[in-house]
Design a protein around this ligand. Structure first.
Ligand code: ZN
Length: 150
């Protein structure tokens, strides 16, 4: 992709997480995993999740992508630990609304993830930020055999 100056967009948290991504690396004994690819930007990631009794115990990711996709995966893996699958999917829809600029998102529920609110004016970057989430949903739904409507 071309190098537009996104200085205004990159908030401190995003820069920090893109430079030092948390939960980066393979997760051994993952119960769920999926791969995601964003052809618009070239972001690739593999996500590993460990779910026990419907609750996310651990999540890690590896791959290669732009700062936004890395920061998003890093913040996401931090944000979903200890949450039920249902809550994770609800968080995904809140996050997608926030990133695309839908009014009335629950920023309190989003916590640190709210740093991506500046993306709304950049549709191409929204795909970078939601890649990890789409991959997460695919991972969670793959193993259960049941697609949740929540
Ligand atoms: Zn990207």
């Amino acid at each position: 992709m071309n190098d537009i100056d996104f200085a205004d967009l990159y908030q401190e948290v995003i820069v920090d997480h893109s430079r030092r991504p948390r939960n980066f690396g393979r997760l051994e004994h993952a119960t769920h995993s999926a791969e995601g690819f964003n052809p618009l930007c070239g972001d690739r990631l593999k996500l590993y999740v460990n779910v026990k009794e419907g609750v996310v115990q651990d999540a890690r990711f590896e791959g290669d992508g732009c700062a936004i996709s890395r920061a998003s995966a890093s913040l996401m893996t931090e944000g979903i630990k200890g949450k039920s699958k249902k809550d994770v999917l609800r968080l995904f829809s809140e996050f997608r609304d926030l990133a695309t600029g839908v009014d009335g998102t629950d920023r309190k529920a989003l916590g640190n993830l709210a740093v991506f609110s500046g993306l709304a004016g950049f549709p191409a970057r929204v795909k970078c930020a939601t890649l990890a989430w789409h991959t997460l949903r695919a991972a969670l739904e793959k193993d259960s055999g049941v697609v949740s409507t929540e």
